[in-house]
Ligand binder design. Structure first.
Ligand SMILES: NC(=O)c1ccc[n+]([C@@H]2O[C@H](COP(=O)([O-])OP(=O)(O)OC[C@H]3O[C@@H](n4cnc5c(N)ncnc54)[C@H](OP(=O)(O)O)[C@@H]3O)[C@@H](O)[C@H]2O)c1
Length: 323
């Protein structure tokens, strides 16, 4: 089968289209014929091995990638199932997390897959798992109540586009922070107010937010505290350019420690794709509460261009690779 393979950490130059053996599902896994794969910053982290602390995780590998095929998010058709899998059968259309989804076939744990929403194309469904689950779990840390003020930092990105829609669905008054040219999109997703981070320092505002979902910018704790209500919550989701070694983890730990001494709460998020959350997202899609925003689809052979677009191209919503 064709796959995007990588044997050494580095730039997109380390990604190569190769012919390799089809993976074989373990007892608890499903072999998926991948039709589309999502592209998000986790692909970049797995490609570069940065921040370095992430190499201590079994997903990466200290000196070279432990898993050689890139890609995580997937949507496709079940080709075969492992001996213990009863929830799926060949031919079922599924979406979720598979290891090495930039390939014609990939294996995923049955508990990290769910039936694809029938109304979505494979491209749209592939844009849902990692980013949608992250937004869902992030907002569940302190589920915003109707009328509460929510600030989504990184509102036009993969996670942010879902977070804005979910917070608006919960009845919150949403402010989205994004770059130039994305204001219309973010407003269309349900944000009442939109701030361009290149024109305005959001932490200089007089508004106080009950909940901040922080997925970009690495603003200091003291600056975030200025816009947070006295008993408000910040959920740290991510943010690039926070240093090659810790990648901003130090700020997350300082936030946790600070939370023990002040009324405001700072919580790190390490999202894990679970079938229950995929099913919740499917129900929300079917109810019309959320919809994936797909900026552009690339063919498998151009997966490296998709990652370059993610790095420098300021995509709106998600990029996907089609197979
Ligand atoms: N904790 C977890 O479990 C988890 C799970 C998934 C993702 N993540 C992390 O979460 C982060 C966001 O992921 P993503 O998929 O949403 O990435 P993304 O699609 O690249 O989106 C990032 C967004 O942040 C905006 N942005 C960039 N600099 C900003 C700034 N200084 N202030 C405000 N907004 C800014 C970008 O806008 P422009 O493009 O216009 O600049 C873009 O809309 C990444 O660091 C990712 O690694 C963490």
């Amino acid at each position: 089968m064709k796959a995007i393979v990588q044997h050494a950490y580095g730039s997109t130059d380390t990604l190569h289209l190769r012919e390799i053996d089809r993976p074989v599902p373990r007892a608890d896994e499903v072999l998926v014929e991948v039709r589309a794969a999502g592209v998000d910053p986790s692909v970049w982290h797995l490609m570069t091995g940065r921040p370095y602390i992430a190499r201590l995780s079994p997903q990466l590998g200290v000196r070279r990638p432990a898993h050689t095929v890139r890609g995580w998010d997937a949507a496709g058709r079940v080709e075969a199932v492992g001996a213990e899998v009863t929830a799926f059968k060949p031919g079922d259309e599924v979406f979720g997390q598979c290891d090495g989804s930039f390939a014609e076939y990939a294996c995923g744990k049955a508990e990290q897959l769910a039936a694809k929403p029938a109304s979505l194309t494979f491209e749209q469904a592939a844009a849902l798992p990692v980013s949608g689950v992250t937004a869902l779990q992030g907002l569940d840390v302190a589920r915003p109540r109707p009328g509460q003020k929510v600030l989504v930092i990184g509102a036009s990105g993969g996670v942010g586009t879902y977070a804005v829609q979910l917070a608006a669905h919960y009845g919150a008054e949403v402010t989205g922070v994004c770059g130039p040219g994305a204001a219309e999109l973010v407003a269309s997703l349900g944000a009442t107010h939109v701030i361009d981070y290149t024109r305005e320092d959001i932490t200089a505002r007089s508004v106080r937010y009950d909940f901040v979902l922080d997925s970009a910018g690495n603003r200091s704790l003291s600056r975030l505290r200025r816009v947070l209500a006295p008993r408000g919550t910040v959920v740290f989701v991510g943010g690039e350019n926070a240093g090659p070694v810790l990648g901003g983890l130090d700020r997350w730990v300082r936030g946790l420690v600070l939370s023990a001494f002040v009324g405001q709460r700072f919580r790190p998020l390490f999202a894990v794709t679970r079938q229950q959350d995929l099913l919740t997202l499917k129900a929300l899609v079917e109810a019309g509460a959320i919809a994936p925003v797909v900026d552009r689809a690339y063919p498998l052979a151009e997966a490296a261009d998709a990652v370059r677009h993610l790095e420098k191209g300021h995509p709106r919503g998600k990029l996907v690779v089609t197979i």
